[in-house]
Design a protein around this ligand. Structure first.
Ligand SMILES: Nc1ncnc2c1ncn2[C@@H]1O[C@H](COP(=O)(O)OP(=O)(O)O)[C@@H](O)[C@H]1O
Ligand SMILES: [Mg+2]
Length: 339
């Protein structure tokens, strides 16, 4: 393994055995009386290497397998196949040792004690992680300054707003000075200002403390704002992995035409020089690459001439469009201009 690889997964897999027909109350009652089970492959043969200092977005729709991957890398879950290594430690074999090297934040769940003032929670974590007092105070002063925690320190965690609580959790996860940080949907449910605070803080931690970050999210604005690299995961498998800049240069040149048709959604072939990115009911999102071939106005006239176009608008491609297209069509979409 290369020296500066900090996190590595090789053929990582995790299956869950579930009772069949568990959806809904009736389903779960029925499943009590049957011993039929089925296997869900939540993470299916995932391999990647992450180097020190990278800021990686681990992106996927609900149920794609993001949290399951993070749980294996933090040692909460054991894989059913393959292997993971975080800073030289197999996380699920040496969970405590791993915990000293990593910081973890789950957006949905706080690691702080609900009824204690924030400062007491942080002090307990200091003791758990055996952080020397002097280092603790230095680290806390810096984090508190960056996250503006001062006025909140004496408040019980249950009284904090979601955004304040997230700031407290971010500080808590970094007190022991980990090299690696795992964040599972840290901006979920936050308003725009709180999201922005979290993003600015994460950027700082990555740049100034050199912390390697893996962030799972389904918020593409998080990705555009933060990540140098994106791993897109779909149904437990990696659908795309590369530099955010490459995603942009490979998939985001040109324009997106958002076209609404009158009564049906026609098959548009390559003849019009467009790539279908996404399709819904009477609408299509089509990419115009603009590298040679027909001019945009010619393409648009051809659309109006050959199809029953009701409405058409033009915009710049967004990371969200590209990621959706990769879910729908796979990574080849737009790679060579052909759908
Ligand atoms: N403890 C579990 N038991 C059974 N199925 C699970 C469990 N955890 C996750 N799954 C299933 O595995 C799949 C991936 O889940 P998850 O990793 O939580 O996805 P994501 O975080 O991307 O939304 C989903 O189909 C989910 O229902
Ligand atoms: Mg999740």
């Amino acid at each position: 393994m290369n020296d500066d690889v900090l996190i590595s997964c090789q053929g990582l897999r995790r299956e869950f055995t579930v009772a069949e027909g568990r959806a809904g109350l009736l389903g779960s009652i029925k499943s009590l009386f049957s011993n039929k089970t089925s296997v869900i492959r939540a993470v299916d043969d995932i391999s990647f290497d992450i180097r020190a200092g990278e800021f990686v977005g681990y992106v996927g729709e609900n149920g794609a397998g993001k949290s399951t991957t993070i749980k294996m890398l933090t040692g909460i879950l054991t894989p059913t196949g393959g292997r993971a290594l975080v800073n030289g430690v197999v996380p699920y074999e040496e969970r405590v040792k791993n915990a000293f090297n990593i910081g973890v934040v789950f957006g949905q769940r706080s690691q702080l004690w609900w009824d204690l003032p924030m400062s007491d929670s942080l002090d307990l974590l200091r003791a758990i992680y055996r952080v020397p007092q002097a280092r603790y105070h230095e680290s806390l002063a810096e984090l508190s300054d960056w996250l503006e925690l001062g006025p909140l320190m004496k408040m019980p965690v249950r009284k904090l707003s979601l955004g304040q609580r997230m700031r407290a959790d971010l500080a808590a996860s970094l007190l022991h000075g980990p090299k690696v940080m795992f964040l599972d949907e840290p901006t979920i449910g936050l308003d725009i200002i709180a999201k922005d605070n979290v993003r600015r803080f994460l950027k700082k931690i990555n740049k100034e403390r050199g912390v390697t970050i893996i962030l799972t999210t389904h918020d593409m604005d998080d990705i555009e704002a933060l990540c140098d690299r994106i791993i897109i995961i779909d149904k437990g498998k990696i659908a795309w992995d590369g530099a955010t800049a490459r995603l942009k240069s490979d998939h985001m040149q040109g324009k997106i035409l958002e076209v609404e048709f009158h009564d049906y959604n026609p098959k548009i072939h390559e003849a019009v020089g467009l790539t279908e990115m996404k399709s819904e009911a009477n609408k299509k999102w089509l990419r115009y690459r603009g590298d040679g071939g027909a001019a945009l106005n010619e393409v648009i006239s051809a659309l109006f001439r050959d199809y029953c176009v009701k409405d058409l608008s033009i915009h710049e491609p967004k990371v969200a469009d590209v990621v959706k297209a990769i879910y729908q069509h796979g990574a080849e979409v737009g790679e060579d201009g052909g759908a």
